[in-house]
Design a protein around this ligand. Structure first.
Ligand SMILES: NC(=O)c1ccc[n+]([C@@H]2O[C@H](COP(=O)([O-])OP(=O)(O)OC[C@H]3O[C@@H](n4cnc5c(N)ncnc54)[C@H](O)[C@@H]3O)[C@@H](O)[C@H]2O)c1
Length: 252
């Protein structure tokens, strides 16, 4: 197993890419700390994984709050005494250009998509370093390196994730901490389905999402989880500071 007995935190674990990663990491032997805003689906996933004899600690909370991030690291250390993998996956998408974006939406996007990563990395780096290192995986998007129309604040936050990733990778390489980020294209998850359902013409919106896919289909959460597993495991131990596009050829 690729993550045998490794301790891994996954944020946004109750749905979509986070959930697929939790299931895959569990199959690969990880001991998991699953974090999400949504208590009910989080507890349901935890019970399901525990029924398969997996070790899981679930923490319900908003990762944009410093107290929640501190408690995630403290409770991980109290339960497992070490931390090997931090997958900063949780994020939100608010549509609109920067001119349309309210200060409140700007702040919320930065707090959830970027500040949470700073807070969790700040707590994780010393404890990872104390045990010889680890792997941090940050969730960006194709919107990070290339920008995406009508996603102003989101694109800025995901570009910030690239900066955060490279900065941490350079500063903590000697501690054995690798930091990489994932830039998915359009992935079929609950958040995407909700955005399509809430658009003025959901059928047209779905068609438009498909039309920009060179492979003629959306990505699957499991296809992103597979990359997260590679980055979490020793298979990628010579890699750090990288942003990897997994987008079905969207940005060729
Ligand atoms: N789906 C896509 O097409 C796509 C594309 C590129 C990047 N991404 C990124 O991948 C990540 C996961 O996306 P997804 O589509 O699986 O999303 P999703 O909405 O399906 O799942 C995200 C999970 O994160 C949780 N969450 C949201 N805000 C939180 C907070 N403040 N604190 C704790 N938990 C919180 C939600 O409750 C949810 O369970 C996000 O960072 C997203 O920006 C997604």
């Amino acid at each position: 197993m690729k993550l045998d007995r490794k301790v891994a935190i996954i944020t946004g674990a109750a749905a979509g890419i986070g959930e697929a990663s939790a299931r895959l990491f569990a199959r690969e032997g990880a001991r998991l700390v699953l974090v999400d805003l949504e208590k009910e689906p989080l507890e349901k996933l935890t019970s399901e994984l525990e029924a398969l004899s997996r070790v899981v600690l679930d923490i319900a909370g908003d990762i944009s709050a410093p107290s929640v991030c501190e408690s995630v690291i403290d409770r991980t250390m109290a339960r497992f005494g070490r931390l090997d993998v931090l997958f900063n996956n949780a994020g939100i998408v608010l549509s609109g250009t920067l001119v349309e974006c309210t200060e409140e939406d700007w702040q919320k996007t930065m707090d959830v998509n970027l500040k949470s990563m700073y807070l969790l990395c700040r707590g994780a780096v010393p404890v990872m370093g104390a045990h010889g290192g680890g792997s941090i995986i940050n969730m960006s998007s194709v919107a990070g390196p290339t920008g995406v129309a009508n996603r102003g604040a989101y694109s800025v936050s995901k570009a910030g994730v690239l900066g955060l990733t490279k900065s941490l990778a350079m500063d903590f390489i000697k501690e054995g901490i690798r930091v990489n980020c994932i830039c998915p294209g359009t992935v079929d998850t609950p958040s995407l389905r909700k955005r399509i359902a809430n658009s003025p013409d959901p059928k047209e919106a779905h068609k438009a999402f498909l039309a920009r896919q060179p492979m003629g289909r959306l990505g699957l959460p499991e296809e992103i989880a597979a990359l997260a597993l590679f980055l979490a495991s020793d298979d990628s131990k010579y890699m750090t500071g990288q942003a990897i596009l997994v987008d079905g050829g969207m940005k060729l």
